[in-house]
Design a protein around this ligand. Structure first.
Ligand SMILES: O=c1ccn([C@@H]2O[C@H](COP(=O)(O)O)[C@@H](O)[C@H]2O)c(=O)[nH]1
Length: 276
């Protein structure tokens, strides 16, 4: 099934807009994982199984795996585990790729063929030819950075740029408009918008119509759930993958870590649904 269809189906079937982020940091694992060579996989698989009923998507962040010798093999195994055991839940690989076309083609193979992700996060900075190898895989999702959640997002993303007609607008709005109008011919695009910028989120929703938005920044980064849902939802009360990673993964460092993660996921799912 196409990524966008899988996501839409999941929003409605499970009544959730929560994306569970998988950012495994061994320094924060419960003691039971200390001597486990497959700790990244085992920890994340337990979290995924415990939180699946509350999730519209899972988002593994590649850096937390690639930082370790056997990490990418464990990531591959984790995505295979999710695809086998939770086939209705799309996997978004957060790798923020972007390079010249020939190299981008290899990154597309990495994300979709080797790792088996349904969608991937991409940096649009290098332009259309850098995105094309991903866009051509139109059964998969291409999720472009638009307005990120970090304080430094302002450094470039809010600078005024001028298009060919001479009209000026902040760069993030130009990115949103270009992707919605020119890159999304197959309906397989989505955007990353930080929860920490709810006013900008409202503007972006106005530009992109029903396009799915991946929203990191609630939980540990302090984004406000009410503002995110109110400003970002579509007319039918969906349109969002609201991500929380550390707030769910490390809800407890004790033996009951998976149950604590499930409680945190349920609580956030419910808090999101209150404002839909
Ligand atoms: O603008 C962005 C884009 C991506 N991220 C990623 O999302 C998660 C957030 O983790 P929390 O623990 O919920 O803060 C993480 O993987 C980031 O790399 C982002 O935060 N902001």
């Amino acid at each position: 099934m196409r990524f966008v269809d899988k996501l839409r189906h999941r929003w409605h079937a499970a009544d959730t807009l929560l994306c569970v982020g998988l950012d495994p940091d061994p320094a924060r694992f419960p003691d039971a994982f200390v001597d486990d060579p497959d700790a990244l996989f085992n920890f994340c698989a337990r979290i995924a199984d415990a939180t699946a009923e509350f999730a519209c998507a899972f988002k593994p962040q590649i850096a937390y795996f690639a930082a370790h010798n056997t990490g990418e093999a464990q990531l591959q195994r984790l995505i295979a585990h999710i695809n086998a055991n939770h086939p209705d839940i799309p996997v978004v690989l957060d790798s923020k790729r972007g390079d010249i076309g020939s190299t981008a083609a290899q990154y597309a193979v990495e994300a979709f063929d080797r790792l088996g992700a349904d969608a991937v996060t991409l940096n649009p900075y290098m332009g259309f030819d850098s995105a094309e190898p991903f866009l051509q895989r139109n059964e998969r999702g291409s999720i472009f950075l638009c307005h990120t959640s970090n304080p430094g997002a302002r450094d470039f993303q809010e600078l005024t740029v001028f298009d060919e007609s001479g009209a000026g607008a902040p760069l993030y709005q130009h990115v949103a408009r270009t992707i919605a109008d020119k890159w999304n011919g197959d309906g397989n695009c989505a955007l990353v918008v930080g929860a920490t910028f709810p006013e900008e989120l409202k503007v972006i929703r106005g530009i992109v119509g029903e396009m799915p938005l991946l929203i990191p920044g609630v939980g540990a980064q302090g984004g406000d759930v009410e503002a995110v849902v109110t400003n970002g939802k579509t007319a039918d009360g969906t349109g969002l993958m609201i991500n929380s990673s550390r707030g769910i993964l490390y809800a407890s460092s004790g033996e009951g870590f998976a149950e604590a993660a499930a409680d945190a996921a349920r609580e956030l799912r419910d808090r999101i649904n209150r404002w839909r």
